[in-house]
Design a protein around this ligand. Structure first.
Ligand code: COI
Length: 355
């Protein structure tokens, strides 16, 4: 009924002195799984205490067919990136926000959660154990995927009797096959991603299966991804399958308010703070889909996606094109964000955490 136990070896025994893997073509990474050396697991039973976590070689997990996560979708996850700076040091970006969001998600999904300190220490241990997989400066990052799973077995609908906090890592480059070229979005107005009272605001695994159909259809038709509308009025834009959305008009940077159906993205939040800091007006509000035709620029944000410019949006057979601007607001915000993450811009807010 549980994941195969992790060894609780001292992580330092596992660290490799190798700085980088030989023979990897870092320029060809994309966003696909490259299994790395180690993963982390920590369990929690009926006493609701997480303990005896540890690293072990990356492997398939053993789960009962009756586990809560497999049957009833009791699971949440986080996405984080470890980046290599020019001086070779490895940093995480605002891991406290991921730790907090996992706790909020756990509450919504009726799961106990690791403490913020346990969450962050485990991410650090997993990053260090896989440090030879952190791409060289400027070539991508090591994507960390912390998960909290109802790993215990039961049959009736209910919270699982055991939970597992698990982290795996994979080096990644660009999320979209378009690379950094502007995205072509399709506005979906029949199928929805989230609804009031649902789980759209937390990173539940159950938010992602339901987007696959619209996304696959849109990709078949040559679009990069889908932009969802609010399910009540089908009037306001919400978010893209795996990212938040931003609209620029003049010197105002707007994004849908996090009113229960929008994920409170770490990149979303950071971009809002940077935009305000460099003098833009910032608005978090309901954004009617009609405003898209009047926007100067649109872009997406996410840990996996980064800051991705949008080149066109198709809504009800009408295609809105956005001319590439130079300089663009998206470009400016991305440079500031990546600059802070990689140490090229002063991190005055203390967002980066050295490993
Ligand atoms: C991330 O940006 O890290 C995400 O979690 C999106 C993911 C579903 C690819």
């Amino acid at each position: 009924a549980s994941l195969a136990g992790a060894s609780s070896r001292d992580p330092s025994e596992l660290y490799s002195d190798e700085e980088s893997i030989e023979g990897v073509n870092w320029d060809k990474l994309g966003f696909s799984l490259t299994p790395t050396d180690y993963m982390y697991t920590m369990k929690c039973g009926k006493d609701e205490t997480f303990e005896r976590g540890g690293l072990a070689p990356f492997r398939n997990v053993g789960l009962s067919p009756a586990s809560g996560v497999l049957n009833y979708g009791q699971g949440i996850f986080e996405g984080m990136k470890a980046q290599r700076r020019k001086d070779g040091r490895i940093v995480l970006f605002r891991p406290d926000l991921n730790a907090k969001r996992m706790q909020l998600g756990a509450e919504r999904m009726c799961m106990p959660s690791p403490s913020a300190q346990q969450f962050i220490q485990a991410v650090k241990d997993t990053t260090l154990a896989n440090k030879r997989w952190v791409p060289p400066f400027g070539k991508g990052s090591l994507y960390m995927r912390p998960m909290l799973l109802g790993s215990g077995a039961m049959l009736g609908v209910g919270p699982a009797p055991e939970y597992t906090y698990l982290i795996y890592a994979s080096p990644v480059g660009n999320y979209y096959k378009e690379g950094s070229a502007p995205l072509k979005l399709y506005v979906e107005d029949e199928l929805h991603r989230a609804y009031q009272g649902g789980t759209g605001a937390v990173k539940s695994i159950t938010n992602y299966g339901p987007v696959l159909r619209a996304m696959t259809e849109a990709k078949k038709r040559g679009f990069s991804d889908v932009l969802y509308l609010d399910p009540v009025h089908k009037r306001n834009i919400e978010e893209v399958s795996a990212s938040n959305i931003f609209v620029i008009k003049g010197d105002t940077v707007s994004t849908p308010a996090t009113s229960g159906t929008i994920l409170d993205g770490v990149t979303r939040r950071s971009v809002l703070e940077i935009a305000r800091d460099i003098g833009y007006k910032v608005e978090e509000r309901a954004i009617p889909v009609d405003e898209l035709s009047d926007a100067d620029e649109v872009f997406c944000t996410g840990t996996a996606v980064g800051v991705a410019p949008v080149g066109s949006i198709t809504y009800k057979n009408n295609r809105i094109e956005y001319e590439a601007r130079n300089p663009s607001v998206a470009g400016q915000l991305q440079a500031a964000l990546v600059g802070i993450q990689t140490g090229l811009v002063v991190d005055k807010n203390g967002w980066t955490v050295k490993i």
